[in-house]
Ligand binder design. Structure first.
Ligand code: HEC
Length: 155
């Protein structure tokens, strides 16, 4: 009887330790990310992906003018209206070769596009400059697209 007791105690203690340490490990796993996750740089998120965009005909003339103003302020330094490349590609024909939604996300979510979209990545390889995120609102981006459509000869 006395000889068995220490063994029993030892088993019970072991079971207790094993149990708490397992629980602790689980808690720790829940709380802190694995080292690789913690070390990975978090991508900056500037906007949410736009999922739908509507084009109307004829063009909204007010939007074309507003888009032109923004183009001159924020895009002209890198984009020509011809097909000549400056820092980025010229805009001539851009509304024909790209989907409106693609253009929309390129303007409002350029970081996401450069990270995920093969076409955007191909351009980055050619241009060697990352188009900067300029915090353009979806509304302003839509007006810029109207201006691009007008530049491409739509009425
Ligand atoms: C500092 C230079 C710079 C500025 C300013 C800039 N872009 Fe860009 N843009 C680029 C570059 C470079 C690319 C090609 C993708 C890349 O390398 O990141 C590009 C690509 C694009 C494309 C895709 C063109 C195509 O042929 O498919 C669109 C659309 C676009 N930009 C819109 C805009 C709009 C709208 C603005 C202004 C609000 C703007 N960009 C301002 C440099 C710029």
């Amino acid at each position: 009887m006395f000889r068995k007791t220490p063994l029993l105690v030892a088993i019970l203690m072991l079971a207790f330790i094993a149990c708490t340490s397992k629980k602790e490990a689980e808690d720790a796993a829940k709380k802190s990310p694995t080292p690789s996750e913690a070390a990975a740089p978090q991508p900056e998120v500037h906007g949410t992906e736009v999922k739908a965009i509507e084009l109307t005909n004829p063009l909204n003339k007010e939007w074309v003018s507003a888009g032109k103003v923004n183009y001159e302020l924020k895009c002209l330094a890198c984009h020509k209206l011809s097909n000549e490349k400056l820092v980025g590609p010229g805009w001539a024909g851009v509304t024909k070769r790209r989907e409106p939604l693609w253009i929309m996300n390129m303007i409002t979510n350029v970081d996401m596009m450069l990270e995920k979209d093969p076409e955007a990545q191909k351009m980055l390889e050619e241009c060697l400059v990352r188009m900067p995120n300029q915090n353009i609102s979806q509304e302003d981006a839509r007006k810029l697209i109207e201006f691009m459509r007008s530049n491409d000869g739509e009425k």
